[in-house]
Design a protein around this ligand. Structure first.
Ligand code: PMP
Length: 454
């Protein structure tokens, strides 16, 4: 019989086996500690081993193992929907629970289409999105994601949605000056709508702060207000993908709050349960839900594990924990502290091109030449090198795509749990400094080797 094997991200790759986690640290079975400066995948927002979450989990599991949402509702699911509406302050009063960010995207897509169908506009089926975006790995969500590396094996996808340039001011895709551009990238939405016809478009989707596809790219003020206005004028729903940014990650409960923009639909995931259980959601306003309430009476579709009481109870406990411990405010404070520290490191290392982000969603872009912003050659595989060095130095970093083509650039995201103390922030900066120092040495060695070879 052939030996069975777990499929790992890189087959045959060496992955330490996890022993346990506590606070912002993870420990492998050899006893080595890792400061989790990535919150796993920007997910473990409240850190590891939080006793009250574990208790909420056990309490719910003792009540019932699972109920199907078509047969029962549960206190946990009802309360969670209420908590989300309360915390997000706007009119996001209707929640639909799923199990992953990708499912939340798929759900949001279908909700937008169903919304227009029930309003007697069945042709409104298309979705517009941006290059340099990531909305999930399932075929529908990937079709909308402007993430070249994730897309390349599967193109042609269901339909190619991205058509709008991202607000990547560090390297403007339109080669314009940030101060005089008039936010031409946002105007591209108008051009796309004119080309496709608003009668064919259901929604526009965007991450308020671009995550994995760009490395914490923050748009300029006014950008989202402009996009929202264009959507409103053209009868197009605005979907904010807050799967990564939701629940305090950027120093606001939702990142959309920075620009006072109220999305019609918001997708949530990652921080929603801090990684303790799989759960995600598509939440929407009454305006979006109303035609469905009058027509089909619900949203078409769902997943077997949608709104399962265990995940809902855990998510509720996590959101209460975030609120009680004022983690949104802490995320803003600690983020400022880390950005200041990282900017100091940028003065020390010439390969740090840009430091950006909000709260504890911080991007660091690496360049060959700071003045020209030239990227490293693609085969230098800089992101992975730095991540591997970080692993050795006990610091977990998250890879992000960067560069105008989303392929040749190199970037990481630094996103520790929102619970990180100032002392651990200092430790984080120290481990990052060591890692960058070693990388610096390695490129110094490489260029001197190249020099002696030539
Ligand atoms: N949207 C965004 C903004 C994300 O960052 C991610 C995950 N990186 C997803 C959607 C997809 O979530 P999941 O991996 O849970 O399917």
């Amino acid at each position: 019989m052939e030996q069975s094997s777990l499929i790992k991200p890189v087959l045959g790759g060496a992955y330490p086996t996890i022993s346990h986690g506590q606070g912002v640290f993870l420990y492998d079975k050899n006893g080595k500690d890792y400061l989790d400066a990535s919150s796993g995948a920007v997910t473990a927002n409240i850190g590891h081993g939080v006793q009250e979450i574990i208790e909420a989990m056990v309490k719910q599991a003792k009540q019932v193992s699972f109920v199907y949402r078509s047969q029962f509702t549960s206190d946990a699911a009802e309360k969670l929907a209420g908590k989300i509406a309360e915390l997000t302050k706007g009119g996001l009063t209707y929640s639909f629970f799923v199990n992953s960010g990708s499912e939340a995207t798929e759900t949001a897509l279908k909700i937008a289409i169903q919304h227009w169908q029930e309003k007697g506009k069945p042709k409104k089926q298309k979705i517009i999105s941006r290059w340099m975006s990531y909305h999930g790995i399932t075929m529908g969500a990937l079709s909308m994601s402007g993430h070249p590396i994730r897309r390349e094996r599967f193109t042609p996808l269901l339909e190619s949605y991205p058509s709008v340039s991202p607000p990547y001011c560090y390297r403007c895709p339109l080669q314009l000056d940030q101060h005089t551009c008039g936010m031409a990238c946002a105007s591209e939405l108008e051009a796309s709508i004119r080309r496709i016809g608003s009668e064919n478009i259901a929604a526009f989707i965007a991450e308020p702060v671009i995550g994995a596809a760009g490395g914490a790219i923050v748009p300029p003020d006014g950008y989202f207000q402009k996009l929202k206005k264009i959507c409103e004028e053209n009868d197009i729903l605005f979907i904010a993908d807050e799967v990564m940014t939701g629940f305090g990650r950027t120093g606001k409960m939702l990142a959309s709050e920075y620009w006072d923009v109220e999305p019609d639909i918001v997708t949530l995931g990652k921080g929603m349960s801090g990684g303790y259980t799989p759960i995600a959601a598509a939440v929407m306003t009454k305006n979006v839900m109303e035609p469905m309430m009058k027509g089909s009476k619900s949203i078409i579709g769902g997943h077997t594990l949608s709104a399962n009481p265990l995940s809902c109870a855990v998510s509720l406990a996590v959101l209460e924990y975030v609120e009680r411990n004022e983690l949104v405010e802490k995320s803003a404070d600690r983020g400022n502290y880390l950005i200041r520290g990282l900017k100091k490191l940028a003065g020390k290392y010439s390969f740090i091109g840009d430091i950006r982000g909000k709260g504890l969603l911080i991007g660091v872009e690496f360049v060959l030449d700071k003045a020209t912003k030239d990227p490293f050659p693609k085969d230098a595989d800089v992101t992975n090198q730095i991540i591997e060095l970080g692993m050795r130095n006990g610091i977990l970093l998250y890879p992000a795509a960067a560069g105008l083509d989303g392929v040749t650039g190199a970037a990481i995201i630094i996103s520790p749990p929102l619970t990180i103390s100032e002392e651990d922030c200092a430790e984080l900066l120290m481990r990052v400094d060591i890692t960058f120092g070693q990388f610096n040495e390695s490129i110094g060695k490489r260029s001197s080797q190249q020099g002696s070879e030539s």
